[in-house]
Ligand binder design. Structure first.
Ligand code: PLP
Length: 473
């Protein structure tokens, strides 16, 4: 309960009607309409009530707050009429940062979206025949080319369907291939991915029953073999993505699982999580299998994300043998999980870049490939511009992360700008960077604010400099 003093303060706040009658607010009403302005007034008065209740707004400060009400209403209104989703500068060094929208899209993808989505397009229309077409043809041809040519001569045909994200792809795959039956999974692969994707829960929702085999650290091919019965519909391998099991461990090779699946005539699905379409070994990351590695090892259906190592829009892919993919496409759930023209346009542009081997046009891939030396040169240039008594900047060695559950242990070495401020703590400094326009999101570690330019677009370096200069005086 508010104290007596607080309830007196509440009473001295103007009413909604009184604020609406203030001349500047009345003018706003004429321009923007009564409903929007009244909402803004309510938000502002509610904020003041909360500040009084929490003791933040005391009786001496109240008159000033009340005299600023009209201005506060105007600010509130312009915020309400502006976008909430906005661009931020990612200086965290986490390339596929799930909270910051994962992969930034290349220019080509944005252009393709604007030319196809701003008018009508042939999403499901065969222009030649003048008849209804299928939406997956636009990208299936490119997946066929990319995966087929990597798997090599004489490889079996591969089809691909696209859904909302990889979580949807796993759900759709399990539901199509295993509803009402059992799916065999190793106890070492029952993963949880951030944001509540858990294999046992997805399994329940798919209508399939999870049949766990092996132990947390060791699962052998004989464990799978023994669990196979007349109820078995699918063998599932799940990429561990965000954790590792080390020490006394064992896991069958993918090719051994594929051999068992073929011998017992049961399909093998792999949830790869992050589907790389380029060879990560070229940037010094080993042990992160690509989509074609899985197919080459004999996996029948592989699922992966569009906005992880692929560097594209949010989407989930299921690639595999044409008869299984056809069953998946014919599942009524597919209609509920399919993607729109914006996603197809972005994905088609990304896949074309891979076909042309133009990897550097894909921002996430380019960020993985950029050298420590180049980042160091940019970091030195930024640091040189902002050194002041208040704010000091030192360029040090450090690591960037790929993120998004890809290659959990893989770090890319980088150069970091380590900041310290005479007055502000590291958390305060990071907050002030986020309050800049556009917000600059940094890492805080061991009492220092760290900026990693690997994930900052070079043309944004000037924004970072401006943000830092504004905090150094
Ligand atoms: C990331 C991931 C998912 C979820 O993918 P989304 O595209 O985020 O839905 C599922 N499985 C694995 C193994 C993952 O790494």
């Amino acid at each position: 309960m508010p104290t007596r003093a607080a309830s007196d303060l509440f009473r001295s706040l103007p009413s909604v009607d009184a604020v609406l009658r203030m001349p500047p607010v009345a003018q706003l009403t004429q321009r923007q309409g009564a409903a929007l302005v009244a909402d803004a007034v309510r938000v502002v008065l509610e904020r003041l009530r909360k500040e009084i209740a929490s003791g933040q707004l005391t009786s001496d400060a109240l008159p000033l707050a009340v005299s600023g009400v009209a201005d506060a209403v105007e600010r509130q209104l312009s915020q309400a009429l502006g976008y909430s989703l906005r661009s931020v500068v990612n200086a965290t060094g986490v390339i596929l940062h799930t909270n910051l929208g994962r992969a930034p899209l290349p220019r080509e993808a944005l252009d393709h979206i604007s030319t196809t989505a701003g008018t009508y397009c042939n999403l499901e229309f065969d222009v030649q025949a003048g008849e209804r077409g299928r939406r997956d043809v636009h990208v299936d041809r490119l997946f066929q080319h990319l995966l087929g040519s990597e798997i090599g001569e004489g490889a079996p045909a591969v089809s691909t369907v696209v859904v909302n994200n990889n979580a949807a792809a796993v759900l759709l795959g399990l539901n199509t291939l295993a509803e009402g039956g059992e799916v065999i999974v190793s106890r070492g692969e029952l993963v949880e991915i951030g944001g509540s994707f858990r294999i046992p829960d997805v399994m329940v929702k798919s209508g399939a029953t999870l049949r766990e085999v092996g132990t947390t650290n060791r699962t052998r091919i004989s464990d799978y073999e023994r669990a196979i019965c007349e109820k078995t519909r699918l063998l599932l391998r799940v990429h561990r993505s965000n954790f590792q099991i080390t020490g006394f461990t064992e896991q069958p090779e993918l090719s051994q699982l594929a051999e068992l699946a073929r011998r017992r005539n049961i399909p093998l699905m792999e949830d790869l999580g992050s589907g790389a379409l380029f060879d990560l070994r070229s940037i010094g990351i080993s042990g992160e299998p690509g989509v074609s590695d899985s197919l080459r090892a004999g996996v029948d259906v592989v699922s992966y994300s569009g906005d992880k190592l692929l560097g594209g829009p949010q989407a989930g892919m299921l690639s595999g043998t044409p008869d299984l993919i056809r069953r998946i496409r014919n599942n009524p759930l597919f209609r509920a999980l399919r993607v729109d023209k914006l996603t197809y346009a972005a994905l088609e542009a990304i896949l074309l870049a891979y076909v042309k081997q133009d990897h550097d046009s894909i921002p996430a891939v380019r960020m993985m490939r950029v050298s420590k030396d180049e980042i160091g040169r940019r970091a030195d240039a930024v640091a040189a511009r902002i050194a002041s008594k208040q704010l000091s900047a030192q360029v040090i060695d450090g690591n960037s992360l790929i993120g998004g559950g890809a290659a959990p242990s893989a770090v890319l070495s980088t150069r970091l700008i380590a900041l310290s401020h005479q007055v502000f703590s590291a958390d305060e400094l990071a907050l002030r960077l986020r309050q800049c326009d556009p917000p600059v999101v940094a890492r805080v570690e061991e009492g220092r604010v760290l900026l990693d330019l690997r994930t900052v677009f070079p043309e944004q370096d000037e924004l970072v400099i401006r943000a830092l200069i504004s905090l150094s005086s």
